[in-house]
Design a protein around this ligand. Structure first.
Ligand code: M6R
Length: 614
């Protein structure tokens, strides 16, 4: 987590750094800070809370300077406070550093430094690191880049860092292991970001630093990129960024989350555009074609992911088993990485991640690769670490997702996974051409149907007003819509702070039914699909205990509608595709409830968009 921005050039660095931090707030917003090089001194502004608070503080002072580094924090070592905010300055007052990641051996390094007279003013591992680099520099009497290299070779953990010396501010040193870092190449200026969004309006030329690399940046000079361990020079590839500014701005919506909910018809369309070819009766996915044999002969598919992406894997489990008849196991990255899973050479691992940076998912991928499995990545962020670490993959093309609560990334992931399930079913000869074609045709009209569901916005808003003060909520679904119940509950929890649970509807009677009383909203995902009759009974069981039922049903529903307190309709579609529609009202419900409770839906407390620490 945490966001890093840096600038070296001939412009005023402060506005670039602050705007960059605001774009990176999705990575954390416990505190922020900036260090500016001014006349041989380091001017530091740090403040607990959002970037805006720090900006106001800084604007009351001197914000000149054409070299600067900045940071927005998601707290790991030490609580959110002004003292723990980055940047951190070394005891000598010469070096200033921002850091994203965790230094695992920081305690041992701290003790070494304390034995040598160093003092600490924060609880962070970052303050230890900047002083450790200072210590090495003093010992070796060397340039900053050499000190950084020697110090990092002794560091255990994950980091992306950005550091400069106040006596030589025209040179900034950056390094990366496990946390992302991108360098933007301008004319007579260089930019640094945890992703490319901080410098999109200035340059489209970017270098993604690889793990184990460090770089020395000056405004005009060539980039000097080297391996940390061996000091060997690296020839890095310059990427042309495809993202534009408009796609990362709110475009008139109050929150990114709402903008992203509304972008779903377009995001789903962009995800299947050029891949889903209903007229030709085919799906074309190059990543899949390349590894068609591995998929065809796979004994098992293991899907690994976290959070919402894990829910899309659960949806896919139903679809892959139904259409392709391949056994599927769905694993949390965090659990998978720390047990001793049985991974065989004929297993195919599918890793799913919006950001492509989630540490637990990444660790699971590394483990699967070591065991000889082919790993297929499904990511939204082009060039992300997971996209680069996997053997093959498919981008979701949902466009940048900024709101911490994942919405369009989820439906785009489900779209990619649905196409994969269909294609694998076809290549494994598991289902008829007519069934395959019917699904292709129906998937192609899903964006229009999502638009229709979005028309229920006002209704969902009215329902939200009735339940905004609830303390608990229960979400029920069956079959392919069970993961949608989980996803609905996660959305409500993370942005409105209401305790919510998702359950397979039939499991209710094994425990959660005890929770139901007249104060309990029960959201039932009940489209007219496979287990509809069973769900009708589940709704009646809730009503018999005076629970309040909000049901998501198919247009023309005749049975659930009789017992539910509120119904939200989705258009008729094939059962396998219902998750793409049923999830939309649940996203809207959590959004409105959170807004009505005065929550900042784009930046829920304690969370960050991209979880790059374990
Ligand atoms: O970037 P990823 O998809 O790997 O992120 C995984 C989770 O951190 C993420 O889905 C998280 O659960 C979201 N906040 C859910 O809305």
């Amino acid at each position: 987590m945490c966001g890093i921005v840096g600038y070296v050039g001939d412009r005023n660095a402060f506005p670039i750094l602050v705007n960059g931090l605001k774009r990176l707030e999705y990575r954390g917003y416990d505190s922020s800070g900036v260090a500016l090089a001014q006349n041989g001194e380091i001017t530091l502004y740090k403040k607990q809370g959002m970037v805006k608070a720090m900006e106001e503080l800084a604007l009351a002072g001197d914000t000149s300077g054409s070299t600067g580094i900045a940071h927005t924090r998601w707290a790991t070592h030490g609580q959110p406070s002004d003292e723990n905010a980055h940047p951190h300055v070394s005891n000598s007052g010469n070096l200033v550093l921002v850091h994203n990641g965790i230094i695992e051996n920081y305690q041992a390094l701290k003790e070494l430094l304390q034995d040598n007279g160093f003092e600490f003013h924060s609880e962070t591992d970052t303050e230890v690191l900047v002083n450790f680099i200072q210590y090495i520099q003093d010992q070796e009497d060397c340039k900053l880049k050499k000190a950084v290299r020697i110090a990092l070779a002794q560091v255990i953990g994950a980091y992306a860092i950005c550091i400069y010396d106040k006596n030589k501010p025209e040179e900034v040193v950056v390094a990366k292991l496990g946390s992302p870092l991108v360098i933007g190449l301008g004319v007579n200026e260089k930019f640094i970001g945890s992703d490319a969004t901080p410098f999109l309006e200035y340059t489209k030329d970017a270098i993604y630093l690889e793990d184990g690399e460090m770089a020395t940046l000056t405004a005009e000079g060539e980039l000097d990129i080297r391996l940390i361990q061996s000091d060997k020079a690296v020839n890095a590839q310059v990427h042309k960024l495809q993202m534009d500014l408009e796609s990362i701005e709110k475009g008139g919506y109050d929150y990114f989350m709402m903008k992203e909910i509304y972008e779903q018809p377009r995001a789903i369309y962009d995800t299947f555009r050029g891949r889903l070819l209903p007229e030709q009766g085919m799906i074309k996915m190059s990543g899949l074609e390349e590894y068609a044999d591995r998929f065809r002969n796979a004994d098992r598919i293991i899907m690994t992911a976290c959070g919402t992406s894990w829910h899309s894997a659960l949806v896919a489990e139903y679809l892959f088993e139904e259409f392709a008849r391949i056994p599927v196991e769905v694993e949390y990255g965090s659990e998978f990485r720390y047990r001793n899973p049985i991974i065989r050479k004929n297993d195919v691992v599918i890793a799913i991640s919006q950001s492509g940076e989630t540490a637990d998912t990444l660790a699971a991928i590394k483990m699967a690769k070591e065991a000889g499995a082919m790993v297929f990545g499904i990511c939204n962020v082009p060039g992300s670490t997971i996209a680069r670490e996997t053997h093959a993959g498919a981008y979701t093309h949902a466009g940048p997702e900024i709101g911490v609560a994942s919405t369009k990334a989820f439906t785009s992931q489900v779209t990619v996974l649905t196409m994969m399930a269909l294609e694998l079913g076809k290549i494994r000869g598991e289902f008829s051409t007519s069934q395959y074609r019917a699904l292709l045709n129906e998937l192609s009209v899903i964006p229009k149907k999502v638009e229709k569901v979005l028309e229920s916005k006002e209704l969902v808003e009215e329902i939200s007003a009735l339940y905004k003060d609830a303390n608990n909520a229960l979400y029920l679904g069956r079959g392919v819509n069970f993961p949608i119940a989980l996803e609905g509950a996660l959305k409500l929890k993370e942005i409105s702070y209401i305790h919510a649970e998702g359950y397979p509807a039939a499991e209710m009677k094994h425990g959660p039914i005890a929770l139901i009383d007249e104060n309990m909203p029960v959201i039932v995902v009940a489209p007219n699909a496979g287990h509809y009759e069973k769900l009708v009974s589940n709704v009646q069981e809730v009503k018999a205990r005076h629970g309040k039922v909000i049901a998501v049903v198919t247009e023309g529903d005749t049975e659930v509608v009789q017992s539910a307190d509120h119904v939200i309709e989705i258009p008729e579609t094939l059962e396998a595709l219902t998750p793409l529609l049923t999830v939309i009202p649940l996203q809207l419900l959590s959004y409105y409830i959170a807004v009505m409770r005065g929550c900042d839906v784009d930046r829920p407390r304690n969370l960050a968009k991209s979880v790059t620490v374990e």
